[in-house]
Design a protein around this ligand. Structure first.
Ligand SMILES: [Fe+2]
Ligand SMILES: [Zn+2]
Length: 455
C-alpha cells in the first residue's frame, strides 16, 4: 500500500475564547428565607410557594419532618449539595453567551448548605437558595434544576458516555451473517441533504461500526462527508490521503499482497475513531475489502476463556511509526473496557480494541519494573492474542466486499478491523481516497441529530 501524502493544510486560525470571570450583577428577586446558619432544624418560610427550608449538615430527618420533600435522601448529603451547587447553570453561573461556567469548583465553600428548596407548581423543577454560597453571590442567587435533568445525572453519574455504551442503543456485535442482514448502503446525496438520513448513517456507525455510502461523486468523498459530519482529523498523512496503484505493464508479475487485519494510527495516544475510504477506481482483479468485528471476537473470548482474557486488557503492546521524518509511538492494551458503563454482569462493555500487527514494535521487557516479569505475561498474551486473531480471521466472521467505484465505506477504527485481499496491478487501476474523523466529532453530530429526531 502506498500512501501518497497530500500537502499539509495550514492550521486553522484559532479564535481565542474569552472567559469571563466577572460576576454578573444580580437582578433576580428570589424568595428570601433566612435561617441561622448553625441550625439543624427546618425553618418554615412564609412565601407563596411554601418553601421547604433546610439547613445544617444532616438535614435528612428534616425532610421526614416536612413530609413531602422534593429531595430524595441521597440529595441531602454533603456531597450532593456540592454537586448541585456546582451544577447550577443559571445566568450568574454559566455565561449565557459563551455557555461557559464562570466559577471554579474549589471556590464553593465546603460548608455550603441549602437555605431553601422549593418545588415548582408543575413538579417539574426545583429551586434552591444557599447558605454559605460562593463569595460574591448574594442571597438572591437562586439555582433552578429540571428534575428530568437531575435524574439523568443520577442514572449516569459520570455523565460522559463513550461511543458504544452507556446510552439506550448500545452497540451490537456481529459476525458475517448478522452484519450482512443489517449492513446499509446509503445514498450519498440523501445523506448530504437530509439530516434524518445522516442520522441513519451515524446510527449504523454507532451500532455496527460499519456503513457504506453509495453514489459518491467526484474524487474526494471523505472531505465532503467529513465536513458534513463535522470535520476531518488532520494527521501527518494530510486531511485526506490516497491509496493508489496504477498499472505497471513492465512489472506484470507484481501483485500487491494481502494486507492483514489491522487498525490505523495506533502509534498515537488518541487514534482516530473513524476512517472513511472512498473507492474512486477499482478495476484490478482482487483487492476486496474485509471487515471483522473485534468486539465480537472479544465477546467470544470472554465466554470461552473468562479468566485468561484479562491479560489482553493488561498487557501493553507497543506501536510505532518511524519513517520520513516522523517518529510516533504509543502503547495500548488490546482490550479497553468502558469503565463508565454501569454493567455489573459480564460481558463487560467494551470501549476500544487495539490491534494492529503491522505497526507493532518490540514489547517492553520490564514494563516499568526492575525485573523482567513481563516476559511471563508475554507468553500469556501470546496465547490469548492468537485465540483473538483466530476468531477475527474466521470466514464466518468476515464481511468481505469488493468496493465499486463511487462507493465509500465508513468504519469505527477502534472496533472494526480492516484488511484487503491481494490484487493484481497489471489488470487495472486501484485508487482509494481516505480520511479520518475523531470519535468526539461523530458523537457530537450524533447527539445533536438524536435530540432533533428522538428527543
Ligand atoms: Fe488501514
Ligand atoms: Zn447559579
Amino acid at each position: 500500500m502506498s500512501l501518497l501524502r497530500n500537502t499539509a493544510l495550514a492550521s486553522p486560525i484559532r479564535t481565542a475564547v474569552r472567559r469571563s470571570f466577572a460576576r454578573p450583577v444580580v437582578h433576580i428577586r428570589a424568595q428570601q428565607a433566612y435561617a441561622p446558619v448553625q441550625s439543624r432544624r427546618a425553618v418554615s418560610t412564609t412565601t407563596q410557594k411554601q418553601a421547604i427550608v433546610l439547613t445544617g449538615t444532616k438535614p435528612a430527618s428534616t425532610y421526614k419532618a416536612q413530609g413531602a420533600s422534593p429531595l430524595a435522601a441521597h440529595q441531602t448529603t454533603d456531597g450532593y449539595r456540592l454537586w448541585l451547587r456546582d451544577a447550577c447553570s443559571c445566568p450568574l453561573c454559566v455565561d449565557p453567551s459563551t455557555r461557559q461556567k464562570v466559577f471554579e469548583t474549589p471556590k464553593i465553600p465546603a460548608n455550603i448548605s441549602y437555605k431553601s428548596v422549593t418545588e415548582s407548581k408543575d413538579g417539574k423543577s426545583i429551586s434552591v437558595t444557599w447558605n454559605n454560597d460562593i463569595p460574591g453571590y448574594g442571597p438572591e442567587h437562586t439555582s433552578t434544576y429540571e428534575k428530568k435533568e437531575l435524574e439523568r445525572y443520577d442514572n449516569n453519574p459520570v455523565a460522559v458516555e463513550s461511543l458504544q455504551a452507556n446510552e439506550g442503543d448500545t452497540y451490537k456485535i456481529w459476525n458475517r451473517d448478522q452484519v450482512s442482514e443489517k449492513i446499509q448502503f446509503i445514498d450519498y446525496n440523501k445523506s448530504m441533504e437530509d439530516d434524518k438520513t445522516l442520522f441513519e448513517v451515524l446510527k449504523q456507525l454507532r451500532l455496527y461500526g460499519l456503513v457504506f455510502i453509495k453514489n459518491v461523486p467526484g474524487e474526494n468523498g471523505p472531505a465532503a462527508m467529513g465536513k458534513r459530519i463535522g470535520r476531518l482529523r488532520d494527521t501527518f498523512y494530510g486531511e485526506t490521503w490516497d491509496v493508489k496503484s496504477v498499472p505497471q505493464a513492465k512489472n506484470v508479475a507484481y501483485t500487491h499482497q494481502f494486507l492483514g487485519f489491522h487498525m490505523d494510527l495506533l502509534y498515537m495516544a488518541d487514534p482516530p475513531g473513524f476512517q472513511l475510504l472512498h473507492c474512486i477506481k477499482n478495476s484490478c482483479e482482487g483487492g476486496e475489502s474485509m471487515f471483522t468485528d473485534a468486539f465480537y471476537a472479544v465477546n467470544q473470548l470472554q465466554s470461552s476463556h473468562p479468566a485468561e482474557t484479562s491479560v489482553l486488557a493488561e498487557f501493553p503492546v507497543n506501536y510505532h511509526y518511524k519513517n520520513a521524518g516522523e517518529h510516533y509511538r504509543h502503547s495500548h492494551p488490546t482490550i479497553e473496557y468502558d469503565t463508565t458503563a454501569h454493567s455489573t454482569s459480564p460481558p463487560r462493555p467494551l470501549k476500544y480494541v487495539n490491534y494492529s500487527p503491522p505497526f507493532q514494535g518490540p514489547f517492553n521487557l520490564a514494563n516499568g519494573t526492575a525485573d523482567t516479569t513481563s516476559l511471563a505475561q508475554l507468553s500469556k498474551y501470546h496465547g490469548m492474542a492468537g485465540k483473538f486473531q483466530e476468531i477475527t480471521e474466521r470466514e464466518e466472521n468476515i464481511y468481505k466486499y469488493k468496493m465499486k467505484e463511487g462507493e465509500m465505506v465508513i468504519f469505527n477504527n477502534r472496533r472494526v478491523l480492516h484488511a484487503r485481499t491481494a490484487f493484481d496491478v497489471s489488470s487495472g487501476e486501484r485508487w482509494l481516497k481516505g480520511g479520518y474523523i475523531d470519535t468526539d466529532v461523530v458523537l457530537s453530530r450524533h447527539r445533536v441529530l438524536r435530540e432533533e429526531f428522538e428527543g
